[in-house]
Design a protein around this ligand. Structure first.
Ligand SMILES: Nc1ncnc2c1ncn2[C@@H]1O[C@H](COP(=O)(O)OP(=O)(O)OP(=O)(O)O)[C@@H](O)[C@H]1O
Ligand SMILES: [Mg+2]
Length: 221
């Protein structure tokens, strides 16, 4: 990456919906004191992601950039937009002009359609900032994660590394790092009480900032 100002601008993507993207986004937003943007939100029936993130991080509200689209139904964005009779204007999906750290949370996984002929991964390619891939720790992760990484690599999208979310698994981290050749940024544990204090404790314990700097400075990256 070229400009130092962009050093901590990442897309947080997941191998699936409900995989922990908002939680891990909260972890990074708090640790880096970054801006947060969820450009497309599908579903308003309960707390939306930006609200959950505000609650978990307690960051200044000014750090939370307004969604480009909020659709009513909790379905894939392409269909949610159709139900709401909205046409996506791609200009509104361009990255906000932020100087400093920024975390962008995707809508679902990589192959989720944003329109009938445009996928989430196409937009990630356009954004041109590195991806942090959140994956589950347990059964099913090898297939989902290896497929996701293959799709990213095929498009030459930079991948900063993996965040493996959930109860510690004996073998999966090793297997994932061997097959993908990617750094494991964190094995993020299952936590009973998710709050800003526990996020801060984990941020220090897992030594995330130094790991990010090491990865960004590594030749491989
Ligand atoms: N490590 C964890 N410990 C405890 N709870 C977790 C953990 N990871 C995820 N969860 C819980 O699982 C649920 C889904 O997580 P989250 O909302 O972060 O997923 P998501 O990938 O952002 O979902 P979406 O696709 O809807 O954006 C939340 O209730 C979250 O608190
Ligand atoms: Mg989310």
């Amino acid at each position: 990456m070229s400009a130092i100002k962009n050093q901590f601008q990442f897309v947080i993507c997941g191998t699936d919906t409900d995989i922990g993207k908002t939680l891990i986004s909260s972890f990074f937003v708090r640790g880096l004191n970054s801006f947060y943007w969820k450009p497309i939100q599908s579903g308003i029936e309960s707390e939306i992601d930006s609200q959950a993130l505000a609650r978990l991080t307690k960051v200044n509200k000014a750090k939370i950039i307004k969604e480009a689209y909020i659709f009513r139904e909790p379905v894939s964005p392409h269909w949610a937009a159709e139900i709401d009779q909205k046409v996506i204007n791609f200009q509104l999906l361009n990255l906000p002009n932020i100087v400093g750290p920024l975390i962008v949370e995707t809508a679902g996984g990589l192959m989720v359609p944003i329109t009938r002929n445009y996928l989430q991964i196409d937009q990630i390619k356009k954004w041109d900032i590195p991806v942090i891939l959140v994956c589950r720790s347990g059964l099913g992760t090898l297939n989902h994660t290896l497929l996701s990484v293959e799709a990213l690599k095929k498009r030459n999208i930079k991948i900063l590394g993996l965040v493996i979310n959930g109860n510690k698994h004996f073998d999966n981290p090793k297997t994932l790092s061997e097959f993908t050749n990617l750094p494991i940024i964190a094995e993020f544990p299952y936590i009973d009480k998710i709050d800003s204090n526990n996020l801060d404790i984990l941020w220090k314990e897992l030594n995330i900032k130094n790991k990010l700097i090491t990865i960004l400075n590594s030749k491989k990256y």
